[in-house]
Design a protein around this ligand. Structure first.
Ligand SMILES: [Mg+2]
Length: 313
C-alpha cells in the first residue's frame, strides 16, 4: 500500500483530480441521478498510488450533489434520505498527544459543560505508563460512568498493542482505536481474537471494497469509515447497509454536518465523533448530537430557497 503524504500538495492533487478526472463525468448530467453518477465514477480504473485522491475527488462532488439536492428541496439531507433518529450518541475528542495532563483535564471539563458525556483520548505515548496517566487524568474528571475511547493512530506493533490494549481494558476504556497500521489485516484479526477490549478502525481504508475486505478478514465490529476516503455520502450509504446486514455498528471518523446527516439517516449508526475547540460542532444535549436543521449539509441556517438549475453546468 502506498501512502501519499497529506499536505498542501496533496490538496492540489485532489483539486486537479476533481477538475480533470471527476467533474467531466458529472457535467451535463441530471444531479438527481447522484447514485448512478457516483457508481459510474467509482468503477473507473485508477492507479493504486492515486486511489486515495481519486476517492477524495469523487467524495467532494458526491457531497456537493447531495447538498444541492437538499438545498433544492429545502431540507437537511437526513430528511431527504429518510430520517431514522433525531439525535445520535456523541463523543468529544479531548486529548491530542501533545497535550499535558492539565490540558486534558481542562478539555474534559469544557466538553462536559457543552453537554458531552463521553470522550476520546489519543494514546500511543512513548511508554504505557504515560498512556495510563492520560487515561487516569481524563477519568478523574469524567467519572466512572462516562465512556472513554482511546485512539493510537496506528502507533504500535501487534505485541505492543496487545500489552496496551489489556491495560486499557483494565482501566475501563470503551474501545481501542487503530492500535496498529491500518492495512495490517492479519494483525487486526489477532488483536480482535486476543484482546478483551473492542477494537475500532476503518478511517484509513480506501473505498467500500477495502472496508468489506477489512471487516471480513479481521472480525472488527466497530467500523469507522472516513466518508471522503471511501468515496462520499453515497458510498457511506452502501457501507451502512452492508454493515447493518452483519449486525455490526459504524461510527463517523471526525465530525461535521455530512457525517451527522449520515448518522441520522442510515442504519446501525452508533457514534458521532467531534472536536469542539473551534465551536464548529452541533447542538449537544445529554451526550447526544442533535440532527442538523439546515438545508443540505448546512448546520442550522434556514433553507436559502430552491435552486432552479436541473442540469449541472
Ligand atoms: Mg482515529
Amino acid at each position: 500500500m502506498i501512502r501519499v503524504p497529506r499536505n498542501e500538495a496533496s490538496a492540489k492533487i485532489v483539486h486537479a483530480m476533481v477538475e480533470n478526472e471527476v467533474a467531466p463525468l458529472f457535467i451535463g448530467q441530471d444531479p438527481s441521478h447522484v447514485r448512478e453518477l457516483h457508481d459510474r465514477a467509482v468503477s473507473r480504473t485508477v492507479a493504486p498510488e492515486s486511489k486515495e485522491q481519486f476517492l477524495f475527488a469523487i467524495a467532494a462532488v458526491d457531497a456537493a450533489l447531495w447538498d444541492l439536492l437538499g438545498r433544492a428541496a429545502g431540507m437537511p439531507c437526513h430528511r431527504l434520505w429518510g430520517t431514522q433518529r433525531d439525535r445520535v450518541p456523541a463523543y468529544a475528542m479531548v486529548g491530542w498527544l501533545n497535550l499535558n495532563l492539565d490540558e486534558i483535564k481542562a478539555n474534559c471539563e469544557r466538553a462536559l459543560r457543552l453537554g458531552f458525556h463521553n470522550m476520546k483520548l489519543k494514546v500511543g505515548s512513548s511508554t504505557l505508563e504515560a498512556d495510563v496517566e492520560r487515561v487516569t487524568a481524563a477519568r478523574a474528571v469524567l467519572g466512572k460512568d462516562a465512556k472513554l475511547m482511546v485512539d493510537a493512530n496506528e502507533a504500535h506493533t501487534v505485541d505492543e498493542a496487545l500489552r496496551r490494549g489489556r491495560a486499557f481494558s483494565e482501566l475501563g476504556c470503551f474501545w481501542f482505536e487503530e492500535p496498529i497500521a491500518a492495512h495490517d489485516f492479519d494483525g487486526y484479526a489477532e488483536l480482535v481474537r486476543r484482546l478483551p477490549i473492542p477494537v475500532a478502525a476503518g478511517e484509513n481504508l480506501l473505498g467500500f471494497d477495502e472496508i468489506k475486505d477489512f471487516v471480513t478478514r479481521t472480525g472488527v465490529r466497530i467500523v469507522q469509515p472516513e466518508y471522503r476516503r471511501v468515496g462520499g455520502p453515497t458510498a457511506m450509504m452502501q457501507i451502512a447497509e452492508w454493515v447493518a446486514q452483519r449486525d455490526l455498528s459504524w461510527c463517523s471518523h471526525g465530525g461535521g454536518p455530512v457525517n451527522l446527516n449520515l448518522l441520522c439517516a442510515l442504519p446501525n449508526a452508533a457514534w458521532f465523533e467531534t472536536g469542539f475547540g473551534d465551536g464548529r460542532h452541533p447542538h449537544v444535549e445529554q451526550g447526544h448530537a442533535l440532527a442538523p436543521r439546515g438545508a443540505g449539509f448546512a448546520w442550522e441556517e434556514p433553507a436559502p430557497g430552491s435552486l432552479s438549475r436541473s442540469r449541472l453546468a
